[in-house]
Design a protein around this ligand. Structure first.
Ligand code: DX5
Ligand code: ZN
Length: 220
């Protein structure tokens, strides 16, 4: 069953010189989570922020769920570091490691919720083997590495398929879509079965963030 919609603004679209301020501004504007994109210039051709920044947001008084999206190859150390730094969800990529099962268990053992992400070209077949270890499935609707890209429509069929698998399993798993989500396409993405929506540019570049989040939520 689809859960109530959550908007998770991607901090990648924030002004990094004013990250705490920007993070608080989207939460005050009605966003329920913060989406925290971690890039290692290896799994993806870009470099972003790490556990110290997550800790800094917690130290600055942010209590909302932080949804850490690890676009990195070497997940072992970072899972530990982010659990320590106050991450709520830690999502790894299916393409990043041959040991998905072990890492998902690791994430839960450290007290975080476990997520698994799939690039646009990656089949989601492995889900059936790890559904019992998942709190979140993240379907990439752009190729990871950069914000502000165009939604890839092939993601919709994968979202539908993942929704079926979740519903058949009966597990309590959120289904998230990440990349290129805007006011025009969020309803279609929601109808396909997503209940969690990562939106960077659509929220942070909006003239009125509160209005943007309200509209996203009402369309979802
Ligand atoms: C892409 C990131 C996304 C992305 C979302 O590598 O995982 O979270 O930046 O931003 P928009 O909504 O701008 O596509
Ligand atoms: Zn992301």
């Amino acid at each position: 069953m689809k859960q109530s919609p959550i908007i998770a603004p991607s901090l990648l679209a924030a002004n990094f010189a004013h990250l705490g301020r920007d993070a608080k501004s989207v939460l005050a504007a009605g966003a329920q989570w913060l989406h925290f994109d971690v890039m290692d210039n290896n799994f993806v051709p870009n470099l972003s922020i790490g556990p110290m920044v997550c800790q800094a947001l917690r130290d600055d008084g942010i209590t909302a769920p932080i949804d850490v999206h690890l676009m990195v190859n070497n997940v072992d150390n970072l899972i530990h570091a982010f659990a320590k730094a106050g991450a709520t969800y830690v999502t790894i990529h299916a393409e990043a490691t041959p040991h998905v099962d072990r890492h998902l268990q690791q994430i839960r053992d450290l007290g975080c919720k476990a997520g698994l992400a799939f690039n646009p070209s990656t089949p989601i077949a492995m889900l059936e083997n790890v559904l019992d270890k998942l709190d979140l499935i993240l379907i990439m609707s752009v190729n990871p590495g950069f914000g502000g890209q165009k939604f890839i429509p092939q993601a919709l069929a994968k979202i539908q398929h993942a929704r079926q698998l979740i519903d058949q399993s009966g597990f309590d798993i959120r289904l998230s879509a990440d990349g290129g989500i805007n006011l025009e396409n969020i309803k279609t993405i929601s109808d396909a079965g997503a209940d969690t929506f990562v939106a960077g540019y659509t929220v942070f570049k909006a003239e009125n963030k509160q209005k943007a989040i309200e509209m996203l939520l009402s369309l979802a």
